[in-house]
Write a protein that binds this ligand. Structure first.
Ligand code: ATP
Ligand code: MG
Length: 369
């Protein structure tokens, strides 16, 4: 949706946006995109999309890389399907990062419960069992707290490839949004801090509450990550800051990222415009943070489901709401987000966080009768 909105601001370069999406009247169509209805893995739909387009990009990792690889001779696809293929498998991704000298936590592929039991001994508790593919918002993660948890965790992912990861006792989670254009130019946004609850991103604090030295290190590390992967576009690079202020990369998203939504108001160039500039081979835009900003996701509340019209949210000075217009609300579904921006540059970050918390607590939804 937000990529489509950014594209509509670039009529000289982009005449039309066509989205492939499995949901009828998906958010992008509400802001002017044409839709091909189909699964992200649907071969015919992807081929149809390629016939109607000059350039393909994506904002979700679920594309079928085999089909994308097979059509890439006829159309430009960015980031490259090769990059997508590595990233789609969390184990392959971590292995690739480690081979490229990027610091990550210890991890190992698991193919049997015996192997799991054996490896847990060296990783200790708690530890994370992760589904290797098709996982997001923490849905593919299982935290094993003690030996009694092992078989529950293993059976949760039965029939799927899994990996085990050493738990990182982190000080905070941060991310860096980075971009590379087709000319090889790289730009990174300042590191932001991410607060997750129940594995879902709730809040992003821009800038992160870390020292200048750590944030510079994070930005350097992001550039190193960009050097390792092929293809143009925006990448979201998730990291942990450990208690001794070391940085480990958690994972990479080869696309615009939830923790970059603050850039819609906090920066001259939003991550969405930046992504389009990158894949079109334009000069990248400025990435400095103009105003401190806190972003909160608007999630479907527990126990609420059904058709939803709109959201009620306090919209006072410096509050910007983005409602994704998804017709159906589900518990923990990302329905939109809001940014609380320090427009007059006179609030400290704690004040912004409190303001965001208050707004979040007062949200209600208008359901269709
Ligand atoms: P998302 O879609 O939000 O990126 P995901 O499903 O891809 O999530 P991860 O990023 O692997 O899953 O993990 C989700 C969250 O779980 C992390 O942001 C972090 O809070 C926690 N987590 C994951 N791996 C570890 C680890 N090794 N040690 C400690 N916490 C972890
Ligand atoms: Mg993640």
């Amino acid at each position: 949706m937000m990529l489509t909105e950014a594209a509509k601001q670039m009529p000289e370069q982009i005449s039309e946006v066509i989205v492939l999406d499995p949901n009828e009247n998906c958010p992008a169509t509400q802001v002017g995109a044409k839709q091909i209805l189909g699964k992200f893995s649907d071969k015919n739909a992807i081929v149809e999309l390629s016939l109607q387009s000059d350039l393909i990009t994506y904002e979700i990792e679920s594309g079928n890389t085999e089909i994308l690889e097979s059509i890439k001779g006829n159309i430009t696809i960015n980031p490259s399907p090769k990059t997508l293929r590595i990233i789609q498998d969390k184990y392959m991704q971590k292995k690739f990062l480690r081979e490229n000298g990027i610091p990550v936590t210890d991890f190992v592929a698991i193919s049997s419960i015996e192997e799991l039991k054996q490896k847990i001994d060296s990783f200790g508790y708690p530890t994370l069992l992760k589904q290797r593919r098709d996982a997001y918002d923490g849905r593919g993660n299982f935290r094993i707290e003690n030996s009694a948890h092992i078989s529950e965790g293993y059976s949760k992912f039965s029939g799927r490839n899994v990996m085990l990861e050493k738990h990182v006792n982190f000080l905070c989670e941060i991310s860096v949004i980075a971009a590379r254009n087709t000319e090889g130019e790289i730009e990174v946004y300042p590191a932001v801090e991410n607060i997750h609850k129940e594995n879902i991103l709730r809040m992003t604090i821009a800038p992160a509450r870390i020292s200048k030295q750590v944030s510079e290190e994070a930005e350097q590390l992001a550039k190193k990550v960009m050097g390792a992967f092929h293809g143009a576009g925006v990448f979201g690079i998730e990291m942990f800051v450990t208690k001794d202020e070391k940085i480990l990369v958690n994972e990479i998203a080869p696309r615009v990222h939830n923790s970059g939504h603050h850039t819609l108001q906090s920066s001259i160039t939003s991550q969405f415009e930046q992504h389009l500039r990158a894949i079109l081979g334009l000069d990248l835009g400025r990435t400095d943070l103009l105003h401190r900003t806190v972003m909160c996701n608007i999630l479907g509340p527990k126990g609420l489901g059904g058709k939803c019209k709109s959201v009620n949210i306090t919209q006072n000075d410096g509050v910007y709401v983005k409602w994704y217009q998804k017709s159906e609300i589900k518990p923990m579904r990302k329905m939109g987000h809001f940014n609380v921006v320090d427009v007059n540059d006179n609030m400290d970050i704690q004040h912004l966080i409190s303001k965001a918390d208050e707004i979040n607590d007062s949200i209600t939804f208008n359901m269709n009768q």
